[in-house]
Design a protein around this ligand. Sequence first.
Ligand SMILES: C[N+](C)(C)CCCC[C@H](N)C(=O)O
Length: 284
Amino acid sequence: MKEGRNTAGALGLVLGHPFDTVKVRLQTQSTYRGIMDCIVKTYRHESLLGFFKGMSFPLVSIAVVNSVLFGVYSNVLLALTAMSHQERRTQLPSYTHVFIAGCTGGVIQTFFLAPFDLIKVRLQNQTEPRVQPGGPQPRYRGPVHCAATIFREEGPRGLFRGAWALMLRDTPTLGLYFVTYEGFCHQNTPHGQNPSSATVLVAGGFAGIASWVAATPLDVIKSRMQMDGLRRREYQGVLDCVVSSFRQEGLRVFFRGLTINSARGFPVNAVTFLSYEYLLHSWG
Ligand SMILES: C[N+](C)(C)CCCC[C@H](N)C(=O)O
């Protein structure tokens, strides 16, 4: 059962990764005219493998990162409401409590997610074709080499580049994530019952879309901060990145990746919440 769920989560991640790569590139590079242009160029220069760059670290860390998020969320909610998960079915906790618990999950999760996400983004942005002997070498040869190089060149704090933006992105939007989820489940479940699997899937999917729509502007900033420092430092900080991105590209810049984030957000989070509910039930 547990293996089945992990496989579902991992499969979701693998299937979603190509979209994530296209999104990251659109957010941080100005060479692409749009989604299709990015797909075509990536495929031509790097083959299908280009879309899967940077996937291994997320794959090994997703279980830990999600356990931290959902663990913190349910424990904070437990502490705030003094109700078990089962009791909460009959008496919905206030949305303020749900929001606070989600935000807390977002803050704590950042410490675990930041280095993995940084390495993912750096690898996704390497546009060199597959390494050929004698051919051009990409800067990072793989996730471990990437981590070691960042550590050496940018110091231990370098591994947390973009972490502020990540925390700003995730704190309110994970509050929204859980409020959407709980709200949808509550509205579509007869009083006192557990939500059906179909309800959980749709609620999770909507939670994914709602939170990703809200998160996209800071997602752009986060990705740019993570790429900063690769060669020269362009931004003084998060605010500077917001201001200069806006000056150079206008308001549209904050919506880069919106379509992909929303489309990817539904299936990924439908599966995530289904696993979460099963886990809660199997633990009682
Ligand atoms: C809060 N924010 C919208 C950023 C993320 C919410 C869901 C995170 C999930 N692991 C995913 O990859 O979709």
